[in-house]
Design a binder for this molecule. Structure first.
Ligand SMILES: [Mg+2]
Length: 157
């Protein structure tokens, strides 16, 4: 089974808030972290742009399951975003931590993610972003072709 992270994978939130893709996951803008900025303006969760990968997902999959860490105040805006942008049926699970996410995965499952802080990447296909380029991982997605290949090799019935 393929699972999908939201931010940095289907939509661009952090880099949109900062105005650039940071090399450091913990980069700040005017001294505020991305989480602090989005907490002040949770409507950013409704207005942030799609990622470059979303069209491939629409093209190749019939439905998706999204696992995403969202703070409670963000969720209503994230729901708006999902309704506006995701054109195929989806389930969304609001997780609370990276550990919580990994807990969903069974042998053979793959989670498409951009997060640089997992304890292991055995079940992760890592979307290459500047803030995770330094990691040595078994599976990277660095182009639309890479994502097509991943989906083809995990095709579900
Ligand atoms: Mg993410």
């Amino acid at each position: 089974m393929l699972y999908w992270d939201l931010d940095g994978v289907l939509r661009i939130l952090g880099s949109y808030v900062l105005g650039y893709e940071p090399e450091n996951w913990h980069d700040t803008y005017n001294g505020k972290t991305i989480i602090e900025i989005v907490n002040e303006h949770p409507e950013l969760c409704a207005t942030c742009p799609e990622s470059e990968y979303l069209p491939i997902i629409h093209e190749k999959l019939n439905d998706i399951i999204i696992l995403t860490n969202q703070l409670d105040d963000w969720i209503p805006f994230t729901e708006i975003w999902l309704r506006r942008h995701v054109k195929i049926p989806y389930d969304v699970v609001y997780t609370k931590s990276s550990k919580h996410k990994l807990g969903f995965l069974k042998n053979g499952d793959i989670l498409v993610e951009d997060f640089p802080g997992f304890q292991n990447y055995n079940n992760i296909a890592l979307i290459t972003r500047r803030y995770n380029e330094h990691l040595n991982v078994p599976c990277r997605i660095s182009s639309l072709i890479d994502l097509r290949r991943l989906i083809d090799s995990h095709e579900t019935t």
